[in-house]
Design a protein around this ligand. Sequence first.
Ligand SMILES: Cc1cc2nc3c(=O)[nH]c(=O)nc-3n(C[C@H](O)[C@H](O)[C@H](O)COP(=O)(O)OP(=O)(O)OC[C@H]3O[C@@H](n4cnc5c(N)ncnc54)[C@H](O)[C@@H]3O)c2cc1C
Length: 410
Amino acid sequence: MASSRTILVAGAGIGGLTASLALAARGFRVVVLEQASRLEETGAGIQLSPNASRVLIRLGLAETLAPVVCVPDVVRVRKASSGRDIVTLPIGRSERYYGAPYWTVHRGDLQAALLAKVRECGDIEIKLGARVDEFAIHPNGVTVAFSGPTGASDVGGIALIGADGLRSQVREKLGDARPPRPAGRAAWRTLLPVQVLAPELRTPSVNLWIGRGAHLVHYPVRGGELVNIVAIATDDTEAPGWSSPASSGEVLQHFPENRWPLGARALIARPERWLRWTLYDRPPLKKWGRGPVTLLGDAAHPMLPFLAQGAAMAIEDAIVLADALAKRPEAPAAALRAYERARRPRDHDVQRAARRNDRFYHLGGPMALARDLVMRVGLGGELMLARYDWIYDWQPPADVLAPEPAPEPA
Ligand SMILES: Cc1cc2nc3c(=O)[nH]c(=O)nc-3n(C[C@H](O)[C@H](O)[C@H](O)COP(=O)(O)OP(=O)(O)OC[C@H]3O[C@@H](n4cnc5c(N)ncnc54)[C@H](O)[C@@H]3O)c2cc1C
């Protein structure tokens, strides 16, 4: 493999795989080092707003994703204590408003689509069971030491992208040894076949119920076959490991009868198995990189899921990174600093906005009443959606990829 055009990527999550595709599309060879010996995504859904779907479409994923994504008509925001609608955001019009759709998708389906595209591409090599331990910067670029079941090895390239998630080893080796901080919130996630839901819950919408100290989100995935349910509540217990099994009873404790309507509680009670995540956060990082090494996605800016933007920001990062390196392939360190300058302000603004939404969703008492009034009367659905224009209307740099092909003549 010609190392003068080889970029090393640590991590084959949504960020690492998207970055690999974007880099290969710009003529780079890519070696992805992934610690897991198999790539499988735990069952959960993900919302992909237009800023992210636009990038995936430009990378050629529209056809593979078409059978598995759902295009919700609205985000329906409901008040937990009364069960009544507060406001309805018309996200079904995203294609017309923002030029790209709002999708909901099973993470496994998204990962499978990215992997299929990666495997079509002769310029990307994925090394599974390869845990990045260390890197050394030298005049020719960077050498990464990794270990796996067959022992230790190393690989060289002109740059290293740490797309290795919340507990990034690359971030630590760049000098940030502080652990992620628990956010005092837990998320429980599960999937149900759509047929088992009550008819009124089978709408092709993103449903968001907000209540004091907790909220509940559900939306269709896998082309409408499954419903993804996420319950988030204030919770200080730190579960060991990445995610841990939980029961409906455990989740229901955070959604008590006196504050949550029967329909929402029945939905939480239905699944036999939930998985619980402790949510973590990190304060914005002043420097993301050094020399030919940088960070991307959760490794650089993990964020609370209250804006559904963590993966979207990793996807945006990926295309900007590829653009920056393609502009200055002979000077990777300068290219990576340009990437960081382009991305840091936006990623950190979104991180902060997600944190604000946490407080906004979980208000109680008079503050909640004021919030609901502002949403229902002061703004309404159209204006509420317009408040997210700065996120959803984001465009990748114009010259990132070749122009889209002209439509076939009729
Ligand atoms: C409850 C919840 C709901 C969410 N909902 C949404 C949503 O609706 N929309 C949205 O956009 N985002 C959402 N997110 C956020 C989103 O899941 C993350 O931001 C996104 O997955 C980050 O992708 P990543 O590729 O940066 O990191 P990861 O997905 O964490 O991938 C990192 C990869 O690196 C590998 N790795 C780690 N260390 C090493 C190492 N030393 N060597 C080699 N490999 C390594 C890991 O095995 C993993 O494969 C949600 C998050 C949560 C918790």
